[in-house]
Design a binder for this molecule. Structure first.
Ligand SMILES: [Zn+2]
Length: 478
């Protein structure tokens, strides 16, 4: 955005803006390599779009200020609010005569799906918003510029990663306002009325966290002390820690910045996901898999992959936790669990495949599909660190229940068998072992400030290889 602002608002030449970008010291080198590609992809998408919509007769001009639609009330409403401001984040353009406005909604990788409500809201803000600026935490103030409200608005989605572009709306202003009333207004009304707490990775940007009831406070959960230098609050999952242990640069690019190239996923990952999706659907409907009909096809898998996946699903029947589960017990499929370590200022996130109650305690079930038995000979908690985090979270009282009645189950599914291992979060030796495994992963992560590449076998097929100099050198050499 900094580079595009320089190009579009300050008139800096593209190459000069990119050179400025590469002089920054506050970004990872691979981040800058990605950003250069992203800027070029975006500008190419803009150029193609301008040719397609050349019938407007005028090149659209970039708009620096936000568009803001303000509703001022005569008296405070039931929430005590006197004013509502609606904005839409993206990049903005207008025809020279001001009759056409476009708002471009941005995605990091490819164009992503948007709801009718999002599209209608962006279009309505473009149709009715006035150019305005605001300091942080202050009301927007209109900017004195000439111009009128537009007769036509477009909402365009663009993916920085691949330059993909889709026109989501091309409406006259009345249509945008109509769609806002129909699709967006009910959603916004629900949002401002809602008082439910929804802890998750968004807690890292929340100013209310310190006075919030969620996430549960679990000091020293990761077994790591506060780093010497204070840093921004972060969230972390076991997948983050494992990725960081494999390659800090890969962690930074794919887990912190969410960048990914269009590399196809491995067969094992797709197969595992298809098995998970099928099981989750059964469990959500509270169906016992022992009596379920096996699927003939699974979305996204080849015939050969389907055959293997279906054999694994068949093996699950013998260990399905719903088999014999009384209807009075609770069941949650892929519930998000969070915990907050105030010492480290880190929100810890876990998504158990299945949570269910058993006589007053919670059971945390993780299901893994595997072609072979790779963990044998290694301690279970080391081979599957998400189990170690499960032990620590349950020992700290997340998700709740009587700790002596809580347990963790690891379900392993092969083509030719299944196994179910049990772990107990009230067993001190298990907790010590779990603490050792997690702090060994979390310690280097918590103190890392440079995220250097660890070139190795993982470089081949890495989603971030495209922007990684050391990784490209390594793969070229081998
Ligand atoms: Zn089942």
């Amino acid at each position: 955005m900094t580079a595009l602002d320089a190009i579009e608002h300050d008139g800096t030449e593209v190459e000069a803006a990119l050179r400025q970008l590469h002089r920054r010291h506050d970004c990872h080198p691979s981040h800058l390599a990605w950003a250069e590609e992203a800027v070029r992809n975006f500008l190419a998408a803009r150029a193609d779009h301008s040719i397609e919509y050349a019938s407007d007769g005028q090149a659209p001009l970039p708009v620096e200020h936000a568009w803001v639609t303000v509703t001022d009330l005569a008296a405070p409403d039931s929430r005590g609010a006197l004013r509502y401001e609606r904005t839409a984040w993206g990049r903005r353009y207008t025809s020279a005569d001001g009759r056409v406005r476009e708002i471009w909604l941005l995605s990091v990788n490819s164009v992503k799906p948007r709801t009718d409500a999002e599209i209608a809201e962006a279009a309505a803000v473009a149709a009715t918003g006035v150019a305005a600026t605001a300091d942080f935490g202050e009301c927007y103030q209109p900017v004195k510029i000439r111009g009128t409200l537009p007769g036509r608005v477009r909402v365009v989605a663009v993916g920085f990663g691949d330059g993909s572009r889709t026109v989501l709306a091309d409406w006259d202003a009345e249509e945008a306002v109509r769609r806002y009333a129909r699709y967006a207004k009910p959603v916004l009304a629900r949002v401002i009325e809602a008082d439910r707490v929804n802890p998750g990775s968004a807690c890292i940007d929340c100013e209310g966290l310190t006075s919030c009831s969620q996430p549960p406070r679990t000091p020293f959960l990761l077994g790591v002390n506060r780093p010497h230098r204070p840093r921004r609050r972060r969230s972390v999952s076991v997948s983050d820690l494992r990725t960081h242990a494999a390659c800090p640069a890969k962690y930074h690019l794919t887990r912190a910045l969410h960048l990914k190239s269009a590399e196809p996923e491995s067969s094992a990952i797709r197969r595992g996901r298809a098995v998970d999706a099928w099981l989750n659907e059964q469990h959500r409907a509270r169906r016992n898999c022992r009596t379920a009909l096996l699927p003939d096809t699974l979305p996204g898998l080849t015939t050969e992959e389907t055959r293997t996946a279906v054999r694994m699903i068949a093996e699950h029947a013998a260990v399905c936790p719903l088999d014999g589960l009384p209807p009075t017990e609770e069941l949650q499929v892929q519930a998000r669990l969070t915990a907050y370590d105030p010492e480290l200022d880190v929100v810890v996130i876990a998504d158990p495949d299945l949570l269910y109650t058993d006589s007053g305690g919670w059971v945390w079930r993780e299901t893994k599909t595997a072609a072979s038995r790779p963990w044998e000979g290694r301690p279970l908690l080391e081979a599957f660190p998400q189990l170690a985090l499960a032990v620590l979270m349950m020992a700290a009282g997340v998700p709740g229940g009587d700790p002596r009645r809580c347990r963790i189950e690891l379900e392993l599914l092969y083509q030719d068998g299944s196994a179910c291992e049990e772990l107990h979060p009230h067993d001190p030796e298990t907790v010590d072992e779990a603490r050792r495994v997690i702090s060994a992963l979390a310690g280097p992560w918590a103190s890392d400030e440079t995220f250097t590449t660890a070139p190795g076998r993982g470089c081949t097929g890495c989603e971030a290889l495209r922007w990684c100099g050391p990784g490209l050198d390594h793969t070229a050499g081998s």
